[in-house]
Design a protein around this ligand. Structure first.
Ligand SMILES: Cc1cc2nc3c(=O)[nH]c(=O)nc-3n(C[C@H](O)[C@H](O)[C@H](O)COP(=O)(O)OP(=O)(O)OC[C@H]3O[C@@H](n4cnc5c(N)ncnc54)[C@H](O)[C@@H]3O)c2cc1C
Length: 322
């Protein structure tokens, strides 16, 4: 049920879930189903990464194309049918060391005996010209999701880190030719990935080259690039996969209560537990993690089980497979 912040503030919930993408919404399905009183605070439908996915074809059990928004909407409805409460608000600060834990947003102050953080990771601030207009029509941020749409075609990948290079390698399974656009004069990734990509015949690596513009009316037809010290050029491609500047986990509101690395990532154990008792983190905000809907949903289910154990007083949070 969607409720107003004033109503949510009356209760100390068993679990507060911050974020309602696939990770948070799945956690809510499981905790509500386990009859834990569940409050989910989120910034609204249409806000997370899932909502940017215009065409999902790899979520297990849903072979028909579905938008990310629709998938998340269905998850919300499922969680609500089990009794979870949803509130729309943006969390700004948390107190994760007190009992109960609490979180404050623009509109309210929420309390719970445990917390699952599921706020995802933020997109880039700056965009390349033409990028926004062609998202879903040749511009993609996920070769794992969309690579198969580019079978036998020529594509470009812009980026220079492990994820970009792994995704470029994956694209060689589908695309006829992959142009890797790297802004710096050298590749910056783990050495085994550099070796692999350099040896791959279908990949042309353009070092010190900037992606200036994505071209096309209804769909991508080319990219405009500028190799350092040379004239601009046009490469004819039907897809461009953009991994520039990376995405940053949305974890600022935890302040220094939980350790974050330079990239803003939280560390968790096998049951998604953080260093603070009763506080868990799931989904895209974790690093070294495959950023996919099904993984986020799986994390949510694991954290929900851990919350249940934590609240029932079982001291050791051990995964079932131990
Ligand atoms: C363009 C695009 C296409 C994609 N396509 C696919 C695909 O086809 N298949 C696939 O498996 N994956 C795909 N992905 C990846 C997938 O969307 C993510 O892995 C997944 O959505 C991560 O789920 P999440 O719940 O961790 O985060 P998100 O989906 O990002 O959800 C984050 C939630 O946190 C909330 N939130 C954020 N900050 C706050 C705050 N301060 N207070 C309260 N709430 C907050 C948001 O409102 C949102 O509810 C795609 C991603 C993108 C960007």
């Amino acid at each position: 049920m969607s409720i107003e912040p004033e109503q949510a503030m009356q209760e100390v919930y068993d679990v507060l879930i911050i974020g309602a993408g696939p990770a948070g919404a799945t956690a809510a399905i499981y905790t509500a189903r386990a009859e834990l009183s569940t409050l989910v605070v989120h910034r609204g439908l249409g806000t997370g990464a899932a909502s940017m996915a215009e065409r999902i074809v790899n979520y297990p059990g849903i072979p028909d194309e579905l938008t990310g928004d629709e998938l998340v909407r269905r998850m919300h409805a499922q969680a609500e049918s089990f009794g979870a409460h949803f509130v729309q608000d943006a969390i700004l600060t948390t107190d994760l060391e007190s009992e109960p834990n609490s979180a404050s947003g623009n509109q309210g102050y929420y309390r719970a005996r445990s917390v699952i953080i599921a706020t995802g990771s933020m997109g880039r601030g700056e965009q390349v010209d033409g990028e926004e207009d062609l998202v879903g029509r040749g511009v993609s941020y996920c070769a794992t999701c969309d690579g198969a749409f580019f079978r036998d075609q020529v594509v470009a990948v812009a980026g220079n880190h492990n994820e970009a290079i792994e995704e470029a390698m994956l694209l060689t399974r589908f695309a006829r030719e992959v142009h890797l656009l790297v802004q710096t004069p050298e590749l910056r990734a783990d050495s085994h990935l550099i070796e692999e990509i350099t040896a791959e015949d279908r990949v042309t690596i353009h070092l010190a080259t900037r992606l200036l513009e994505v071209l096309g009316d209804d769909e991508v037809t080319a990219v405009r690039i500028r190799p350092r010290g040379q004239e601009e050029r046009t490469l004819h491609v039907s897809g461009v996969f953009i991994y520039l500047q990376g995405r940053r986990p949305i974890t600022d509101f935890v302040g220094d209560q939980l350790e974050r690395n330079d990239a803003g990532c939280l560390q968790v154990g096998a049951m998604m537990e953080t260093a603070l008792p009763g506080v868990f983190a799931v989904g895209d905000l974790l690093c070294n993690h495959l950023k996919q809907l099904v993984v986020a949903a799986g994390d949510g289910a694991t954290a929900a089980r851990a919350v249940e154990r934590y609240l029932s007083g079982r001291e050791r949070l051990q995964p079932d497979w131990h």
